[in-house]
Design a protein around this ligand. Structure first.
Ligand code: HEC
Ligand code: HEC
Length: 281
């Protein structure tokens, strides 16, 4: 395995985590001994990648194992909290999510389509945008913080309904300009280390960056429980972390740049199965 020549100043997340043997590259993901989830997929047309590989494949055996059983996957503590939030009345309108949406199982498939262009809003919406619009416009409740525990718990509960289904976000039509912006940002070098997302996740996946095994940087497993911070992490929270690691000033979480980047990164994983909520180091 090659080592990535990179400034020693990078504070890569995994530094604090003791490192054990590399995962078996041919391991297969079966959840709860019954749900087989393919962690590889053919690359979409025009992809810069030869083959799509889920981030799960790059984790150690121990971390992989945590995602193979919902009792071991710490994300499910939060999924359970979200089940309570689902039926909890909140805000001036006296409504809960369940008042209008009934069973959360109705959101099966939604994770595979997001982010997507929303006609009414006239822009690309992430799952967080939809949830907060319901809270502020329909419930008369406060918006939830983008990467805070209630929001990430709810995105986990909604996303797990689509577990195993292939990601297929739309990048054409009215989503196209946002997709193009996301693509441009993905290849733009930023920060003191003058690196782009592609420099790590396209040019160097499979290599070690200090103690961490670089993946293709897909978001099919989000929100993801990280052992590093013992909580669920939003997609854009992760982007922020990667930008900080290259000593760049992160874009605003929930802002136009990160939303564009989220759409673009999601589309790079079109065809991969939804693994949410996943476990990472
Ligand atoms: C007063 C009724 C109402 C309440 C309460 C409500 N929603 Fe909604 N929600 C809607 C409507 C209407 C839409 C837009 C139409 C649609 O796509 O179903 C929507 C859309 C959504 C979407 C996008 C669905 C899609 O298929 O595009 C999500 C996700 C969502 N709501 C989550 C929530 C969550 C989580 C809560 C509780 C925090 C909640 N909603 C509370 C009425 C409500
Ligand atoms: C200096 C190298 C580096 C750069 C540049 C970088 N990342 Fe990362 N990124 C990492 C490392 C290391 C990890 C943790 C291991 C892994 O999954 O690759 C990671 C993880 C991720 C993950 C989580 C993958 C998963 O399966 O959980 C996503 C998503 C991601 N990065 C997106 C981005 C985006 C978007 C950019 C550009 C804004 C970016 N990264 C820039 C090093 C980098």
């Amino acid at each position: 395995m090659k080592r990535l020549a990179i400034g020693a100043s990078i504070a890569v997340a995994a530094l604090a985590v003791s490192f054990s043997a590399q995962a078996d590259e041919e391991a297969e993901l079966v959840v709860n001994e019954e749900l087989e989830i393919s962690t590889k997929a053919a690359a979409p047309k025009g992809s810069a990648l030869d083959e799509l590989l889920s981030g799960w494949r790059f984790r150690t055996d121990e971390t992989q194992a945590l995602q193979m059983d919902d009792f071991d996957n710490p994300s499910f503590i939060f999924v359970e909290q979200a089940e309570d939030l689902w039926t909890k009345v909140d805000g001036t309108e006296g409504k809960s999510c369940a008042s209008c949406h009934e069973d959360v199982a109705k959101f099966k498939g939604l994770r595979t389509q997001l982010p997507r262009y929303d006609e009414e809003a006239g822009k690309v919406y992430t799952m967080e945008n939809y949830i907060n619009e319901c809270r502020t416009e329909r419930m008369g409740a406060e918006a939830w913080g983008w990467s805070k525990v209630k929001m990430t718990a709810m995105t986990a509960l909604i996303s797990v309904q689509s577990r195993g289904m292939p990601v297929h976000v739309k990048t054409d039509g009215k989503a196209a300009p946002t997709y193009e912006l996301g693509k441009e940002l993905y290849y733009t070098r930023v920060g003191q280390l003058d690196m782009s997302c592609a420099n790590c996740h396209e040019d160097n996946y499979g290599n070690m960056i200090r103690a961490d095994h670089l993946s293709q940087g897909h978001i099919n497993g989000f929100p993801t429980y990280r052992l590093k911070n013992s909580k669920l992490n939003s997609v854009q929270g992760r982007f922020k972390g990667c930008m900080k690691n290259i000593r760049a000033t992160p874009y605003k979480v929930g802002g136009a740049e990160f939303t564009a980047l989220e759409l673009y990164v999601a589309s790079r994983g079109n065809g991969l199965a939804v693994e949410s909520p996943s476990v990472r180091n």
